[in-house]
Design a binder for this molecule. Structure first.
Ligand code: ATP
Length: 378
């Protein structure tokens, strides 16, 4: 079992409240990723679960047992850090075996567990080498092996891939996802990298200044962000935000005015919303060439001042009338466009998001379950 409950957990350092009442239930076998900007409290929260930080208030419960006052070794967890924290003078074998040696496990048990972990992590051929002879990715695998032999209820990862280059990170991401499937263990993973969060998590917890901004499966966060913080944080390049005014609500959704153009977004209306200033969110990948007004969307005249041709996609950055923020669009890489040349572009109302003056989303009427059925080729 590897169930975790956080009940209104608070952490203060002196007068500074870093974690401000976080509640969360993690089920056995789940892969949960804590993500958020630097300083939002994600590492502190993980360290509290591990028992490396005292919990100021609230309860941390693992498999039904309150563990606030238990030392790390008695919590049934194993933690993997960004710095691999290996012993340089010991072989890979001895590094992986270390926690078992501390427990004074019998020699044959140590042998069996180390061999099994090494096999899972493709380190069988490296067991006699010292960490100095390994690549960053291999060293991190040794650190993970040291966690595996402890057979913890919950694995805790604190930015384990941050020291690796981009290619190794991508490889290790896939390996960690495989490892999770193979072990079926509960994993809690801290990162500021949203690609890691989107690709590995069963559920993502987005933290903002010590609070949970939203918890959900990756695609739910992408398609139904509950507030502008999550909308801007999930997705790259980030969502564009345009000021609009609500002109009415009907069974079809909420009608807004954007610089004289009217469009109805399929979102749940709220009482008294008419006349309110709102924010329309549109992701750069949902902006396309050509007019969209006839299809119920918005037309835009966009003159990109910077164009990035990445091969698989073309990204443009432009200013829009009456707006300080840079407007961004993403087109297929086959579209070669020039900077400083005006383009007629648009987006559809059905791709838009709507937020109130407090940045809270009006719920989009999209069926995520139906979206999971991919169309067949041809
Ligand atoms: P990063 O991605 O930069 O690691 P994070 O979200 O993991 O950020 P934390 O390391 O949890 O952030 O830190 C949250 C806040 O708590 C930061 O402002 C940090 O300065 C503060 N903090 C963390 N540890 C301590 C400490 N021991 N004493 C005082 N303040 C601390």
């Amino acid at each position: 079992m590897g169930q975790l409950s956080l009940k209104n957990v608070v952490k203060t350092f002196g007068n500074f409240e870093v974690v401000k009442g976080v509640s969360l239930d993690v089920t056995d076998g789940e892969f949960v990723v804590f993500v958020g900007p630097s300083g939002c409290g994600k590492s502190t929260l993980l360290r509290m679960i591990a028992g490396l930080e005292h919990t100021t208030a609230g309860d941390i419960v693992i498999d039904g047992k309150r563990v606030n006052d238990l030392p790390p070794v008695k919590r049934g967890i194993a933690m993997v850090f960004q710095s691999y924290a290996l012993y340089p003078h010991m072989s890979v074998y001895e590094n992986i075996a270390f926690p078992l040696r501390v427990e004074k496990a019998p020699r044959d048990v140590v042998e069996a567990k180390v061999r099994k972990a090494a096999e899972i992590l493709h380190l069988d051929q490296r067991l006699q080498q010292k960490p100095g002879m390994l690549s960053g990715g291999q060293r991190q695998r040794v650190a993970i092996g040291r966690a595996i032999v402890r057979e913890p209820q919950i694995f805790l990862f604190d930015e384990p891939l941050s020291n690796l280059d981009a290619a190794l990170r991508a490889d290790m991401r896939i390996e960690l996802t495989r490892l999770h499937k193979q072990l079926g263990a509960t994993m809690i993973y801290v990162t500021h990298d949203q690609i890691e969060a989107m690709t590995m998590a069963d559920r993502i917890v987005v933290l903002n200044a010590g609070f949970i901004a939203q918890v959900g499966p990756p695609l739910e966060l992408y398609h139904k962000p509950q507030n502008t913080f999550v909308a801007a944080f999930i997705g790259n390049p980030r969502m564009n935000f345009l000021p609009v005014t609500c002109v009415g609500a009907s069974a079809a959704g909420v009608e807004v005015d954007y610089q004289g153009q009217r469009l109805t977004l399929p979102v749940e209306p709220r009482p008294g919303i008419e006349g309110a200033p709102l924010t329309l969110g549109i992701r750069p990948e949902h902006v396309a060439l050509g007019p969209a007004h006839a299809a119920g969307g918005v037309d835009l005249r966009v003159t990109p001042s910077v164009v990035e041709q990445l091969g698989q996609q073309t990204i443009g950055y432009s200013s829009l009338p009456g707006q300080e923020e840079t407007f961004c669009f993403v087109l297929p890489g086959t579209r070669v466009i020039e900077d400083d040349k005006p383009l007629d572009m648009g987006f559809l109302a059905s791709d838009g998001h709507l937020f109130d003056a407090d940045g809270q989303a009006l719920e989009r009427r999209i069926d995520l379950a139906a979206m999971s059925v991919a169309p067949a080729l041809g």
